[in-house]
Write a protein that binds this ligand. Structure first.
Ligand code: R5P
Length: 262
């Protein structure tokens, strides 16, 4: 692997344990001012010191993040449909690799929509972006989007999506946790990280994190279950203690409860 590519991946997936805590705040690119992410500057200031990297769009990076910020950036570079459009799968590349390098991104992220109307376009976008990004040693994170069709979140569907992302040359894939998650991990040749999905209670979100790590995930790219918590700092610390600290879900939740009582 090219040195630059390897070095950038090491900024995201920490070499000491091959794990990562990525904080996702890119939701506004199709959801607009998402609840409790109305002020991304505040979210970044509050949480950046507890994550290994932060995933966001160039607009929020430019307007809401201090340029002296040293936490690695994973830049979302696909988009083109909003939550009120007919088809969320109709995305194109919206931010160039040149711009990503100018913004000193450590990786770029884009969605693929396997099984959706614009599946073909999204996969060709992935192939093209891998071609371009690899010229500059820029890792590509493929996001296996599910959208509204939550019923497809099973190991068969997610294995299909993750495997296709790996076959197209993505360097990391983000997906959702599901029953029989080992099947997803074992049939995918690149590191898998999980999104948290819609907000659930903290105990369940920590269990989900633990189960994913236990099944072989390389970490999380979590958003709503952190910053929509009433205790986002304590929550990201609890997630981190599972991903990097080998804590069980019960230990992490116990520590979370103790911390919020202080
Ligand atoms: C979705 O495509 C976005 O990229 C989000 O970053 C992703 O869903 C992770 O956030 P959450 O943990 O809130 O699901």
């Amino acid at each position: 692997m090219d040195w630059g590519l390897k070095n950038r991946i090491s900024r995201i997936i920490k070499p000491h344990d091959n794990k990562t805590v990525m904080l996702a705040i890119d939701h506004g690119y199709f959801l607009g001012p998402t609840e409790k992410l109305e002020n991304p500057r505040k979210t970044v200031q509050q949480l950046e010191k507890f994550c290994d990297s932060i995933m966001l769009t160039r607009g929020i990076l430019r307007t809401s993040v201090n340029a002296k910020f040293i936490t690695p950036i994973v830049l979302r570079i696909s988009g083109g449909s909003s939550i009120i459009s007919n088809d969320l799968s109709n995305e194109k590349i919206t931010t160039s690799i040149k711009e990503s390098i100018r913004l000193n991104a450590s990786a770029v992220a884009m969605s693929i929509f396997v099984g959706a109307k614009y599946e073909h376009n999204s996969l060709i976008n992935l192939g093209n972006i891998v071609n371009e990004a690899e010229e500059y040693g820029m890792p590509v994170l493929a996001v296996t989007a599910v959208g509204k069709e939550l019923e497809k979140r099973d190991a068969r569907y997610l294995s299909l999506s993750c495997r296709i992302a790996a076959e197209f040359g993505a360097h990391i894939v983000k997906t959702y946790y599901c029953d029989n998650f080992e099947k997803v991990v074992n049939s995918c040749s690149i590191p898998i990280i999980i999104a948290g999905g819609p907000k659930i209670n903290e105990q369940k979100a920590l269990q989900l994190t633990y189960d994913a790590i236990n099944a072989g995930a390389s970490g999380v790219d979590m958003g709503r279950n952190i910053w929509q918590s009433d205790h986002p700092i304590e929550m990201i610390k609890a997630v981190r203690s599972i991903v990097h600290g080998n804590k069980s879900a019960n230990e992490a939740y116990k520590n979370f409860k103790l911390a919020i009582q202080d």
